[in-house]
Design a protein around this ligand. Structure first.
Ligand code: FAD
Ligand code: SF4
Length: 510
């Protein structure tokens, strides 16, 4: 018997590695997948370095580890079964919920694979499926799930009531910081020898040319690598967040500032998604900060909702609706991804700044992903799978189970499986929540004509183009009443401006 650990299951705290301390561990570092898309070099460095550190930690603890550096999982399993014929493997279920391919690979080589629950999440398959069976309607509603999981776990609960009396403090979480606010600097973890080696190997090996991006892996413009690659570093990042930034996380959760890429966000997604941190310990540490009086309830509830609510919800919706989400395009969006998603070369100040951050560090925070990048993608009409592939390649925390529902379901409304309406907005939103518009070449107050903010015409054009599908949603009633107020001349001008914007994007001139 051998415990097989995937590269995003790097925990010694629980699961089969902890439960079977005497069994050897198998880790397969498969390289060929990393050539399928032009992945951000920091994402590749992060995953491979974290795996090698995990291997060394296990060995230092006296564990027998079979570590194969190969092209494919099949090659790694060939090597394993050559050494240990007919071995029985045991692994935690992949986060996306599908182990069929891995099981076939093992069985084809004469072994067996036992899959156990993935203990790196708070919500079990059964808990979610029971909740989903009881819901009304076909869609999944996050707010209902969130209340259910709060009750089930008892996090931030006073008996049967939410601590503070409210389930949600969103009203308090839409502030922008005062001009003199200086956000605490985010932590940086210096590269050690392992990470430096991986870094230079990644730079040599994965700099080829890809259909998707003519620049290959070199589209990115990486600054010094900063992400946690060990559990110790991830725990230190958690401490740093709870000590320095959690108190202001809630209030400034939706704000964007040109000079602060991290704001008060936790930057913990990559550590959570690799298994270096357990969501329960993250939630409990945040609640402890609240109980000691070091962070207000609106911040802590807002953070718990992201980790306990959205993260768990997205994972299970993906597990159950993977096929639908993978193919969805209910608004028939067909535009190719504009080149500037790779180069950052656009005069739209909001997009340019967010994309530049992604090119540097494979990260942007949630509102930048949702209300800048996805908002543009949705209203411009980018084909959802193309946008999803870009997010998947570009972010250090991207894994199919979390990227796909966020991009296809929440970000672009390509499927209505988890959203009832699109997140689409004009420059009004960006201007209210950021300091971008003041220095932009485009006029935030103009909708049509030269130099009008592209988001404005694209927004109205989007509503016009998709009226049949979106108008019937009662939450869109108010915006469609504004659309109804526009006469034919105005609508034509919007349509012309939207067409000119699309052409400018194709010409590399937006
Ligand atoms: C279009 C789009 C694409 C996204 N792609 C990814 C992705 O590839 N990987 C990823 O981990 N998250 C993704 N998210 C969710 C979210 O934006 C990131 O988890 C978050 O920005 C990570 O930064 P942070 O750790 O500083 O998060 P914080 O703002 O500090 O939030 C705390 C934690 O909550 C969790 N979380 C918050 N929102 C979500 C959500 N919608 N779905 C799942 N988890 C959530 C994350 O684990 C995050 O670390 C995406 C969101 C959108 C709108
Ligand atoms: S004016 Fe428009 S394009 Fe420019 S920063 Fe504001 S929202 Fe973005």
């Amino acid at each position: 018997m051998t415990v097989w650990v995937l590269g995003d299951q790097l925990t010694r705290e629980h699961g089969p590695v902890a439960e079977r301390p005497d069994e050897p561990v198998l880790l397969i570092e498969a390289h060929a997948f990393a050539e399928r898309l032009p992945y951000h070099p920091q994402k590749l460095t992060l995953v491979f370095s974290a795996m090698r550190h995990f291997r060394d930690e296990l060995r230092d603890a006296g564990r027998d580890v079979h570590y194969h550096q190969v092209e494919t999982f099949g090659d790694g399993l060939d090597a394993h079964f050559d050494d240990t014929p007919a071995d029985d493997l045991r692994m935690m279920c992949p986060a996306g919920g599908d182990a069929d391919r891995l099981r076939s690979l093992v069985e084809e080589r004469g072994g067996s694979l036992e899959i156990v629950e993935n203990s790196l999440f708070c919500c079990s398959r059964k808990l979610f499926d029971d909740w989903a069976a009881d819901r009304t309607g076909d869609n999944y509603r996050h707010e209902d799930f969130y209340r259910h999981i709060r009750r089930e776990t008892g996090y931030l609960m006073d008996d049967d009531e939410p601590v503070g009396g409210e389930w949600n403090y969103d009203e308090d979480n839409r502030e922008t910081p005062p001009d003199d606010w200086t956000p605490p600097g985010p932590p940086t973890f210096e590269r050690d020898e392992i990470t430096r080696d991986v870094d230079s190997w990644v730079a040599d090996r994965f700099d080829g040319s890809y259909d998707e991006a003519p620049y290959g892996g070199s589209w990115a413009d990486p600054e010094a690598f900063r992400w946690p690659v060990t559990r110790q570093q991830a725990l230190s990042a958690l401490e740093d967040f709870c000590t320095d930034r959690l108190a202001t996380f809630g209030s400034y959760q939706d704000a964007m500032q040109r000079d602060s890429w991290a704001m008060s966000h936790s930057l913990l997604s990559s550590s959570l998604n690799l298994g270096l941190l357990d969501p329960r310990e993250v939630i409990e540490r945040a609640i402890d900060t609240f109980e000691r009086g070091d962070a207000p309830l609106n911040s802590v509830e807002g953070f718990v909702r992201q980790v306990l609510g959205w993260r768990e919800f997205m994972r299970h919706v993906y597990r159950r609706e993977r096929d639908e989400l993978g193919a969805a395009n209910q608004l028939n969006a067909t535009e190719p991804l504009p080149d500037f998603f790779w180069t950052g070369e656009t005069d739209m100040a909001c997009l340019a700044d967010v994309i530049e951050g992604v090119r540097r560090r494979g990260y942007s925070h949630h509102i930048e992903r949702l209300m800048v990048l996805s908002n543009f993608g949705t209203t411009f009409g980018i084909e959802p799978r193309a946008l999803n592939r870009w997010f998947h390649a570009a972010y250090v925390d991207a894994f199919h189970w979390v990227t796909t529902p966020n991009v296809v379901g929440m970000g672009t409304f390509a499927s209505d499986v988890l959203s009832t309406k699109p997140y689409a907005a004009t420059s009004n939103y960006v201007d209210r929540m950021s300091d971008y518009c003041g220095d932009c070449r485009y006029y935030k107050t103009k909708t049509t004509g030269e130099n009008a903010c592209p988001l404005n015409a694209l927004y109205w054009d989007f509503l016009g183009r998709n009226e049949d599908q979106i108008r019937s949603n009662h939450r869109m009633g108010l915006v469609y009443s504004h659309w109804d107020d526009k006469d034919e001349e105005e609508r034509d001008a919007i349509s012309d401006r939207a067409a000119a914007i699309r052409q400018a994007a194709r010409d590399g001139d937006l």
